[in-house]
Design a protein around this ligand. Structure first.
Ligand SMILES: Cc1cc2nc3c(=O)[nH]c(=O)nc-3n(C[C@H](O)[C@H](O)[C@H](O)COP(=O)(O)OP(=O)(O)OC[C@H]3O[C@@H](n4cnc5c(N)ncnc54)[C@H](O)[C@@H]3O)c2cc1C
Length: 494
């Protein structure tokens, strides 16, 4: 039996339900602890964790001895087993870091040496013949091949961590923005804008772009986050087969990211991006005309068969940089158990490769918690997430026929582009975390994620929500309170 959390009193409370906060919550759910997660958005993974390249980095880019280097290699090595348990697709498709000019070749050797010092397995320098075998048509003089680079769907992974944590007794408080932290004798009193209060012995700051502000609420003024936006184009699946491995340009010193590149997603789309631009507001996820144009041009350069009609969407993510624009580059993660604010575990500046590092960060934080609280392992911890690893259309014909025999909703396709059935949509609506945003349905069932971006299936989805679940369309948000999809009827129904 899963132990339910007692009211709003916790042993450990995590602020932020991104990939890192959820990985920590799941790790802590292995123990007899009351664990809660407070998230300001209406769903988990609505911040940076849903807005990135979805690459499991190998660990070649980071200075040996840094947390980023250590946690990257460790996190990468944990991912295969974790994704199996969580029923999340993963593909170690490898990566070529390509030198296009003579002067970039030493960078490849430097990265190889650095990667080897970090413990990255199987690194190889390839000449054009070797590169061509892995990625037909690739241009360049030489490349560093890293076979342990992989891809996963970042939001599916983030949701899966949360669902499995929830399955193991973690309480999620969505739509609760932490605005106050008070130190008490036994721990902390945490209050939210929505007037909820929580008491906890250990408080974990995993608030991503707002981690500096949460630290300040706890009286820690040491950090400042500089938001740095990365925009992407999403390409139609038609082009997915062009990429058999990832291809990145050799990095240039002082740049905030790894350069614009093509990334294949586990669902078969290609991403072009991300760009690099320091911005004023942490949640300015707008995509902009001039960057879209730049990405289109660069995309055409990298993939000559790309046409404008292959671009089906754009999106942006924001990096929580610790360095200001005039310094640029990367700074190491801050993951600390504060001595001055005992019981406060502080995570700041978890930028790339935070997705890859997340399971390793979780074990590191678990060890910090173990120094603060008695930790007794639970016998009944369930590492396997309930549910299926594959979409219905990916199942063998016999299994599909079987499912349709059990429930006819498996046989009704709602999203034509992604071949998603009514039953898959219903399961997303009935998700364990109780999420009711359109993004929540998209991220769980992949409806509206294809070429037509919902043009065909949105009216049908709304009809099901309305007629079969009794929701009013006006109550449906895109992703956060106030981001209404509909404001009312043009013509009264009926
Ligand atoms: C453009 C881009 C590309 C990237 N590509 C990769 C990649 O390919 N591979 C990789 O490994 N990493 C990549 N990353 C990095 C990775 O996405 C992040 O490191 C990771 O998602 C950070 O997760 P997080 O949980 O710390 O932050 P977040 O996902 O931002 O989660 C923090 C959560 O805290 C919540 N929160 C904030 N303030 C409050 C509050 N006051 N009260 C309650 N909740 C609050 C937020 O709403 C949010 O949900 C990329 C990042 C960017 C921006």
């Amino acid at each position: 039996m899963v132990e339910a959390a007692l009211g709003s009193q916790f042993d450990c409370l995590v602020i932020g339900a991104g990939v890192v906060g959820n990985a920590i919550a799941r790790e802590l759910s292995r123990f007899r602890l009351r664990v809660g997660v407070v998230e300001k958005e209406l769903d988990v993974g609505m911040g940076t964790s849903a807005r990135n390249s979805g690459v499991l980095h190998s660990g070649i880019h980071y200075t040996p001895g840094t947390l980023r280097a250590e946690l990257n290699v460790e996190g990468n090595s944990m991912m295969e087993e974790l994704c199996r348990q969580l029923k999340v697709k993963i593909d170690y498709i490898g990566k070529l870091t390509v030198a296009g000019h003579e002067e970039e070749i030493p960078t490849l050797y430097r990265l190889k040496e650095q990667g080897e010092a970090n413990g990255v397995p199987g690194l190889e320098i390839l000449k054009p013949e070797g590169m061509e075998k892995l990625q037909p048509g690739v241009n360049g003089l030489m490349a560093l091949y890293s076979p342990s680079t992989g891809i996963i769907c970042p939001y599916t992974f983030t949701i899966a961590l949360a669902e499995n944590a929830h399955q193991n007794g973690v309480s999620f408080f969505l739509g609760q923005e932490v605005t106050g932290i008070q130190k008490t004798e036994s721990g902390f009193l945490v209050s939210t804008r929505q007037e909820k209060r929580f008491s906890t012995k250990v408080l974990i700051n995993s608030a991503g772009l707002y981690s500096d502000r949460i630290a300040r609420l706890a009286g820690i003024n040491d950090y400042k986050i500089y938001p740095c936006r990365g925009e992407y184009l999403v390409l139609d699946k038609r082009l997915g087969h062009h990429l058999s491995t990832l291809v990145y340009p050799a990095p240039h010193k002082g740049k905030a990211g790894l350069g614009i590149h093509l990334t294949k997603t586990v669902d078969g789309n290609i991403l072009v991006g991300p760009s690099n631009e320091y911005i004023d507001s942490p949640e300015n996820w707008a995509t902009t005309g001039h960057i879209m144009e730049k990405l289109r041009e660069e995309g055409e350069g990298l993939l000559p068969s790309l046409t404008t009609s292959d671009i089906i969407r754009s999106f942006a993510g924001v990096r929580p940089k610790q360095n200001p624009p005039e310094i640029g580059g990367f700074k190491d993660f801050v993951i600390e158990a504060r001595e001055d604010v005992r019981g406060f575990i502080n995570l700041v500046g978890i930028e790339s490769p935070g997705l890859t590092c997340s399971p390793a960060i979780a074990t590191m934080v678990r060890d910090m918690v173990a120094d603060l609280l008695p930790m007794e392992k639970r016998e009944d911890f369930q590492p396997e997430r309930s549910g299926r690893a594959k979409y219905f259309h990916e199942l063998p014909a016999e299994e599909r026929a079987d499912l349709i025999g059990q429930d006819k909703d498996w046989g009704e396709v709602i999203c034509r582009c992604e071949h998603i059935t009514k039953k898959e949509l219903i399961e997303a609506i009935q998700n364990p975390l109780g999420v009711r945003s359109i993004s929540g349905l998209k991220f769980r069932a992949r409806v509206m994620m294809g070429r037509c971006q919902g043009g065909f299936c949105l009216p049908r989805i709304v009809e099901i929500l309305e007629k079969e679940f009794g929701y009013r369309p006006e109550d449906f948000f895109s992703y956060k309170e106030g981001s209404n999809f509909f404001t009312g009827y043009v013509r009264q129904p009926g």
